[in-house]
Design a protein around this ligand. Structure first.
Ligand code: HEM
Length: 124
């Protein structure tokens, strides 16, 4: 039951991230949407950890332990990328145009990682 609620949140967060990229030219809107999505995603990880869902799944005989490792690695990478995208986004907001292409590339990588995290969560 709780994993169903997590999945719905995960899908909404993904939709928010894509919505925010669509509105990347609208600085104010883009930043507001991305901050909301990132904070919500971190809260989702906290919820999963608090309910021990992740640990529980890891300690049980999982059907695909290799996929579990891949999934956890992707999830950790995504959180680290959130830090980087936040950093480059803040610099861009403060007028550092040189960092724009880095922010764009990081945006693409972060989104890809987040989609793969979602896909692999269903394959464990
Ligand atoms: C996963 C999160 C994010 C993704 C995928 C993302 C992606 C993008 C992309 C693709 C652009 C367009 C760059 C271009 O083609 O010139 C952009 C622009 C921008 N982003 Fe982000 N971004 C994210 C989060 C953030 C955050 C957290 C901030 C601020 C704290 C931020 C601040 C900006 C700013 C200021 C621009 C320039 C907007 C303009 O042209 O006026 N972004 N972002």
């Amino acid at each position: 039951m709780s994993s169903y609620i997590f999945q719905i949140q995960s899908l909404i967060i993904l939709a928010l991230l894509f919505y925010g990229v669509i509105h990347r030219k609208n600085r104010f809107k883009h930043i507001k949407i991305m901050k909301t999505a990132i904070i919500w995603d971190l809260l989702l990880v906290a919820q999963i950890e608090i309910t021990r869902n992740a640990l529980h799944k890891a300690s049980k005989v999982v059907s695909n332990p290799v996929m579990l490792n891949i999934h956890v690695s992707l999830a950790i990478s995504t959180v680290l990328l959130y830090g980087l995208i936040f950093y480059t986004g803040s610099k861009l907001k403060n007028g550092n145009e040189k960092i724009r292409s880095k922010h764009r590339t990081l945006g693409f990588v972060t989104l890809t990682m987040r989609v793969l995290t979602f896909i692999t969560s269903n394959l464990i």
